[in-house]
Design a protein around this ligand. Structure first.
Ligand code: NAD
Ligand code: UGA
Length: 336
């Protein structure tokens, strides 16, 4: 049976990959909503209709009402913005997203909400479990945590609606997805800006430094975007199991330090280009890179038992994950 779905934030990194994936599956009739469309270039099909629209606009609301399923990907998701524009982060990631939740409740629509692994905050043990782990944030003046706090509060409201039998939903907590169309490239030596993969890829292409924030000892479990899209499909197609559940979507086998990430990307770039890039690893403080209010965080690997119960396991190792993402950027215009 075809699933009629509205994807809010379809023009972003996860959204554009998800639309491409869903078109390939053939099981979806998709309406995409976003205020940008550059990443959707070349992604076309009879089953895909894109509307350039704010999610608060009437045409976005109408699309949601006409769908069986709403997928909400809209958010500010770059840590630099948590420091530079904390109020915008709160208002988009909580207040605006709450309108989507209210819409889903009012019109009895199933909702897939993209949250974040950041809701776990600081490490609390060997692994993070969706229904058992504590969520530990830093102090208020470390504004980095406004993103995770907004997402956590949104999760709590969604949960409460579900517990009150007013909403059918699944929440996804992504762990550092990587793939084509991830964020954007920046000029040599830039700080702040996009997430780490895009910074390191920019450094490789421009010959600028790879900055290791606070020494680069923090871990992240990097996850191939194709594994992430498959996880979405497993959740959507098993509503009897996934309804009112929260899921970690991450690859515990790809849990490496940021320094290792830099070294692997240099190695892969050398293989792809036949020569070593000019870039150097340079240590920098979190404050110098992001500004006052940043606090870095180590992460522990996700427990993915709930996802494996749905029949999902990530299949892409670290090298393959990076290679696929890096290849897609090799011919990109080099920023100056
Ligand atoms: P992204 O920034 O690439 O995509 C978000 C999209 O939302 C953008 O295309 C943006 O234009 C759009 N948008 C913003 N405001 C809008 C509005 N008012 N109306 C319509 N569209 C609007 O981010 P992403 O990496 O694709 O992340 C998607 C979701 O997944 C976010 O909720 C993010 O917090 C979450 N997430 C992503 C990751 C990851 O690994 N990429 C990790 C954890 C959580
Ligand atoms: C990200 C973002 O908050 C969200 O996209 C998302 O919710 C979540 O985590 C995720 O992707 O799963 P984070 O992993 O800290 O947060 O973001 P990155 O920018 O990818 O940074 C990863 C690590 O690399 C951090 O320790 C950061 O300090 C470091 N970093 C970043 C560098 O060492 N050098 C850089 O050039 C950039």
């Amino acid at each position: 049976m075809t699933i009629k779905v509205t994807v809010l934030g379809a023009g972003g990194f996860i959204g554009s990959n998800l639309v491409e994936f869903m078109l390939g599956k053939g099981d979806y009739d998709i309406t995409g909503i976003d205020v940008t469309a550059d990443k959707l270039a070349g992604i076309e099909g009879d089953a895909f209709d894109f509307k350039m629209s704010d999610i608060m606009a009437d045409e976005a609301v109408d699309a949601c009402i006409e769908s069986d399923l709403i997928v909400d990907l809209v958010a500010y998701a770059n840590p630099s913005l948590y420091i530079e524009q904390p109020l915008d982060v709160f208002h988009l990631n909580f207040t605006t997203n709450m309108h989507v939740v209210d819409l889903a409740v009012k019109h009895s629509k199933r909702l897939i909400q993209y949250s974040t692994c950041e809701v776990y905050g600081k490490p609390t043990g060997e692994t993070w479990h969706e229904d058992e782990s504590d969520l530990v944030m830093g102090p208020i003046d470390k504004q980095r945590w406004i993103y995770a706090s907004a997402k956590q509060l949104l999760e709590r409201v969604i949960y409460a609606y579900g517990a009150d039998n007013q909403l059918d939903y699944s929440i996804i907590r992504p762990f550092n997805f990587v793939g084509p169309r991830f964020d954007y490239l920046v000029a040599a030596g830039s700080t702040g800006g996009p997430r780490v993969f895009s910074h390191f890829m920019s450094a490789l292409l421009t010959g600028g430094p790879m900055y290791l924030v606070d020494g680069g000892n923090q871990h992240r479990a990097f996850t191939h975007i194709d594994d992430a899209s498959e996880a979405f499909h497993k959740i959507v197609t098993q509503p009897e199991k996934s309804n009112r559940q929260i899921y970690n979507v991450g690859n515990p086998d790809n849990n490496i330090t940021i320094r290792s990430l830099a070294e692997m990307m240099i190695e892969i770039y050398s293989e792809l280009n036949g020569e070593r890039p000019d870039t150097e690893l340079v240590e920098i403080s979190g404050e110098a890179f992001y500004g006052e209010g940043y606090e870095d965080v180590d992460r522990i690997p996700p427990n993915i038992g709930k996802m494996t119960d749905l029949g999902w396991t990530p299949t892409h190792g670290m090298k393959e994950t990076l290679r696929d993402a890096m290849e897609s950027y090799l011919d990109a215009p080099i920023p100056v």
